[in-house]
Design a protein around this ligand. Structure first.
Ligand code: HEM
Length: 136
């Protein structure tokens, strides 16, 4: 469960702003987001609500990430690892250890679940490759 004591809304905003700056500048992930996101302000606001819900338990996020990611042709374990690496770089620089640990754990869990769902929605539900995050 998220807790308001873990971090502030300002830290969530900083996390999302810094992370998306990294993602958009990334040679591999950047073009994927540019192709699919047309309204960056709306996406940014949604991601702030998402991480505020996950980390602070505010329950503001009302979206459905699973079908959105299942619809993306470009996903792969390598790309999830890249996403998680950029996320880890970002949380490391915020200087809040509790936030970093909880955010890392939740991001890994959600990445595994999104990748699982992505594969289930394709290849007639055959799981071809699990996402290993232990060695990140
Ligand atoms: C390779 C990894 C990933 C890629 C390339 C990716 C890409 C994207 C793209 C293109 C969208 C916009 C989709 C749309 O609006 O149609 C999106 C939305 C989103 N992503 Fe990811 N994503 C990745 C991993 C993750 C992970 C690991 C998380 C969470 C820990 C996450 C959380 C979200 C959320 C919350 C949204 C907003 C969904 C909504 O409510 O509309 N993504 N992602």
């Amino acid at each position: 469960m998220g807790s308001p004591d873990l971090c502030t809304e300002e830290e969530i905003r900083e996390l999302v702003t810094r992370f998306y700056a990294r993602v958009r500048a990334d040679a591999d992930l950047g073009p994927i987001f540019e192709r699919h996101v047309s309204d960056w302000d709306a996406h940014h606001a949604q991601l702030i609500d998402f991480w505020s819900s996950v980390l602070r338990g505010t329950a503001r996020y009302r979206g459905t990430p699973m079908p959105k990611h299942a619809a993306l042709d470009e996903l792969s374990p390598a790309r999830f690892h890249r996403w998680l690496a950029l996320f880890a770089e970002t949380t490391a620089e915020l200087g809040n250890t509790g936030l970093r640990e909880r955010a890392t754990e939740m991001a890994q869990r959600i990445a595994q679940s999104l990748w699982h769902g992505h594969q289930m929605s394709r290849e007639r539900g055959r799981i071809s490759e699990p996402l290993a995050v232990r060695d990140l």
